[in-house]
Ligand binder design. Structure first.
Ligand code: NIG
Ligand code: FE
Length: 402
């Protein structure tokens, strides 16, 4: 065969050296030492193309094509937000207002967003999705999972996933968010739809299957049916579990080998034991407790039991309308018993674990070049300076996005 033209054959990837980093959080298992953060002081990083190729002390850094001076800022891996619901239309300001005057949060509020989402055009839904993805990126989130769940018909769920798949690899089928209004008197019929024709239409666009296992949504048997049907179609399970009260969600998630049990607000000792004995990450979503005035999940109890904990935003118009991982880190530290270092790990490496990824959530040779600079000398400032926009620079796949 003809050899390709020289420009294609050689095309050397350009390298970028980011130097003068005060503290570099690597989450690199090879650097773990005393802390899983594997922090390097007075550090530098070299990016080649989409990947990290070198990390270490600035004084030892190799030469590169371009140099970026971090000017003494701290650097952390891009945040991995493993739980959001970004394909929706409308908002629920009035519902939030009522809650802040004492009204309780109810899963049934989801149906308000379902009506608005069904009525929206594809272009409107995609514009909303990209708006929130960009908003998150500017706050340092370089990987974002997102779900369907505001369509609840075959066509509306499939279009939500198709739109999501244009913008992220981490797409989750959540046809089982609540029973669709058309099936209010026939929840079993809705489960048949979700595990049958809707799954057939949605599975090609998704990596994950999820179910809201909760009183007012789906019980343990229904959740099992949804998850096992998804598994049979090649999807991997993750579960909305134990958000509003005790229930079978967490134990079901562990039993079925789910990547993550999300929320974990109301846990018994048996739930904790199940998580500690399995491979399922506990993903905590403090934006939801903030925004529903619910009790905080007890991260300390999970960590002390040896459970892997992730932090995510749950960004959605009903229970948690924040796209900010730094905000969630600050809440987790203040109100959930996490140290600043534990919360940072949970928001980066923990999220990667919840998505079964090893290429993100860390800054290590071979990993994706997803990196954030903070206008702070230490990553502890993410919790120490809550609400302050500390994220100054963001690289994703080696491209400087901010
Ligand atoms: O994760 N828990 C179920 N789903 C969302 C809430 C969705 C909504 O209220 O619109 C959650 O909190
Ligand atoms: Fe959620």
């Amino acid at each position: 065969a003809d050899s390709p033209p020289a420009a294609v054959r050689e095309d050397p990837m350009t390298t970028t050296l980011i130097t003068n980093i005060s503290a570099l959080v690597t989450n690199d298992p090879a650097r773990e030492g005393d802390s899983p953060l594997g922090t390097v002081e007075s550090a530098a990083v070299v990016i080649e193309g989409e990947h990290i190729v070198w990390t270490g002390r600035a004084q030892d850094a190799p030469a590169a094509d371009t140099v970026h001076d971090a000017a003494g800022r701290a650097a952390v891996p891009g945040f991995v937000d493993s739980h959001s619901h970004l394909v929706f239309a409308g908002d629920r300001t009035a519902e939030f207002n009522a809650r802040m005057s004492g009204a309780p949060y109810r899963a049934g509020g989801i149906r308000t967003t379902v009506a608005a989402t069904r009525a929206a055009s594809d272009a409107e839904l995609e514009a909303g999705l990209t708006r929130y993805l960009d908003e998150a990126l500017r706050q340092g989130t370089t990987v974002m999972e997102t779900k369907s769940g505001y369509g609840l018909t075959v066509a509306d769920e499939a279009r939500a996933l198709e739109l999501a798949a244009r913008h992220t690899d981490e797409v989750t089928y959540l046809g089982a968010h609540v029973v669709a209004p058309e099936y209010a008197d026939d929840p079993g019929g809705y489960v048949d739809l979700v595990t049958g024709p809707m799954l057939d239409a949605c599975a090609p666009h998704a990596r994950w299957v999820d179910v809201f296992c909760e009183r007012g949504a789906f019980d343990g048997d229904q959740a099992r049916a949804v998850l096992t049907a998804g598994i049979a179609k090649g999807l991997t399970p993750r579960v909305h579990a134990n958000q509003l009260g005790h229930g079978p969600g967490v134990r079901l998630a562990v039993e079925l080998g789910a990547a993550s049990a999300d929320h974990c607000t109301h846990l018994t000792d048996a739930d904790i034991d199940a998580l500690a004995g399995g491979d399922t990450v506990a993903t905590l979503l403090p934006g939801a407790e903030f925004s529903t005035r619910a009790p905080w999940p007890d991260a300390r109890r999970l960590l002390d039991a040896g459970v892997t904990v992730a932090l995510s935003t749950d960004c959605n118009p009903g229970s948690s309308f924040t796209s900010s991982m730094p905000f969630c880190i600050a809440l987790a530290v203040r109100d959930m018993g996490m140290t600043p270092h534990e919360a940072l790990w949970a928001a980066t490496a923990g999220g990667a674990r919840a998505l079964r990824r090893t290429d993100v959530g860390r800054i290590a040779p071979g990993s994706r070049a997803d990196l954030v600079l903070l206008d702070a000398p230490s990553p502890v400032h993410l919790a120490y300076r809550p609400g302050v926009p500390l994220v100054t620079d963001v690289w994703r796949r080696g491209v400087k996005e901010k």
